[in-house]
Design a protein around this ligand. Structure first.
Ligand code: FE
Ligand code: CA
Length: 516
């Protein structure tokens, strides 16, 4: 597609005008290759602006992206037209070696609820342009918003065809629930008992150091379909587990590594996450963590609470995994989001006048029995809210007592699509949950996995399940919410078409799911 046609220029002419604080030999080194190879991104939109991001990486798979060990000024422009004839703001940002020559510009002073275009310049080179929409004013009456929910993008498991389709769908904004990179790589998977090679390979071994994680992000971001999805809209990004390691929580990894060495790894992973995501300065790495807990508001229509279900969580009970109930699962001191985040969430919900309140988070919240066969007792995914019934009930009771009637939970992690209802003590529906599948993780998948009938019979609150690859498109109006499950039949070869497998909707005040 045309927005991906990288415009290469021979750079020598542009160099003389470049206001670089670098020697001539260093300049030649920078411009050996296109410095904007990792694309551009925007994120964390507000009524007056958004973050614009890029990272200079002329040799993206090399240490420091092939950049010299010096700060480099980069020019940026924001325009109200795609031709950059009406530039409304411009400036210069310093790409620093401490941050892998990434730049995060917090653009301010823009008009609410408007489409803008942005781009970066360095020497004679110009980046792709990206598109971003500011949020409506906080007190505005808003009639609709359309957004995408996406994540879980193991690079080896499949192509990012879904991201091409997401860009074409042109949502106003995107929620990414995490697993942007995966730390593990595999040589083959078993399909029907036979080994099958992955579609493509991660470079390098499992990441532990900052440089390792940077290369993993760089390889991921070289994908043109992923770049297209970033170009198309501003994203709210979260991390889940694989940005660090499978199923980590707090200061614990899944291998029983002592906390002290694990925290060194987590610190490196968190810095690399910050360097590659279009997040605000409030998320700058501090004390080895990145703060992704935040709130955004679409006028009177919708308020989204972006949660962190990894950093403040207590250890999975009973050794993690899919297991029957066990005493540790009932631990009254267990936490998922932790007391401070919980208070922040409850305060926000009780003060919210929005027509819809969204919990945008990572792991499945609705009660679910995982039995697919003839297991005698219910089985739970202990790495989801199902492993933490005590803090979950505290949340559910609070939602029920607040009588909001407008809570929608958005989730990832499962590599399957689900639509389900969450019931309160009274049996009344207190929230609806949409679980987005993966865009590539777990490979092609299938419409219905074996054991589907058993699972649906055991879980009457679950109304829809599908295990193909894709993303969600949500259309929200003052009284109605509609979610399209967008899926592809395969992601192993380019050009797979997208289709809406199902559309499930609900009415504000009732929250009961119905297929549209
Ligand atoms: Fe995942
Ligand atoms: Ca995950």
């Amino acid at each position: 597609m045309s927005l991906l046609t990288l415009r290469r220029r021979e750079l020598i002419a542009g160099l003389a005008a470049a206001p670089l604080i670098l020697s001539r030999s260093v300049r030649a080194q920078i411009f050996a290759d296109f410095p904007f190879s990792l694309g551009v991104a925007s994120g964390d939109p507000a009524p007056d602006g958004f973050v614009i991001w890029t990272r200079l990486a002329p040799q993206p798979m090399e240490p420091h992206g092939g950049m010299p060990m010096a700060p480099v000024p980069v020019q940026w422009e924001v325009s109200s037209d795609s031709g950059f004839k009406a530039i409304v703001q411009k400036g210069e940002a310093i790409a620093r070696p401490e941050l892998a020559h990434s730049v995060h510009v917090e653009v301010e002073g823009l008009l609410p609820d408007r489409q803008y275009w942005y781009r970066f310049k360095l020497g004679g080179e110009i980046s792709l342009w990206g598109r971003a929409r500011t949020l409506p004013a906080a007190r505005a009456t808003v009639g609709k918003t359309r957004f995408a929910v996406v994540g879980c993008q193991h690079y080896e498991a499949g192509l990012y065809t879904g991201y091409h389709h997401l860009a074409v769908d042109a949502p106003d904004w995107v929620f990414h629930y995490g697993d942007y990179i995966y730390e593990y790589h595999y040589d083959f998977t078993l399909e029907g008992g036979l080994p099958v090679k992955p579609v493509r390979a991660y470079s390098g071994r499992e990441p532990f150091s900052l440089d390792d994680y940077r290369v993993r992000y760089a390889q991921t971001k070289l994908d043109p379909d992923l770049q297209a999805a970033h170009v198309a809209a501003a994203w709210f990004t979260s991390y889940d587990d694989h940005e660090v390691q499978n199923n980590w929580v707090g200061d614990l990894d899944q291998n029983g590594t002592p906390p002290e060495p694990f925290l060194l790894r987590r610190t490196a992973a968190m810095q690399a996450f910050y360097e590659h995501m279009p997040v605000r300065k409030r998320s700058f790495p501090r004390n080895g963590t990145v703060d992704i807990v935040r709130r955004a508001q679409w006028g009177d229509l919708l308020t989204a609470n972006f949660l962190d279900t990894r950093l403040y969580r207590t250890e999975q009970p009973c050794g993690d995994g899919f297991k029957p109930d066990c005493p540790a699962r009932q631990d009254a001191k267990a936490e998922v989001i932790g007391r401070a985040q919980e208070k922040w969430l409850f305060d926000g919900l009780s003060g919210s006048k929005a027509r819809w309140n969204v919990l945008a988070q990572q792991i499945m919240m609705m009660p679910m029995d995982r039995r697919l066969g003839d297991e005698p007792a219910p089985v739970f995914n202990l790495d989801s809210w199902n492993g933490y019934p005590k803090p979950r009930q505290r949340l559910f009771d609070r939602l029920e007592d607040m009588k909001l009637g407008n809570v929608v939970v958005l989730t990832g992690d499962e590599h399957q699509n689900y639509a389900g209802e969450i019931k309160g003590r009274s049996g009344k529906t207190i929230a609806a949950e949409f679980v987005g599948t993966s865009v590539s993780s777990s490979g092609d998948g299938q419409d219905r996995r074996s054991g589907y009938d058993r699972m649906m019979a055991l879980n009457p609150n679950i109304k829809f399940n599908n295990a193909q690859r894709g993303y969600l498109i949500c259309d929200v109006t003052p009284d109605r919410w509609q979610t399209q499950f967008r899926v592809m039949d395969q992601i192993g070869t380019p050009g797979a078409p997208i289709k809406t497998r199902a559309t499930w909707g609900l009415e504000r005040g009732r929250l009961e799911l119905a297929e549209a």
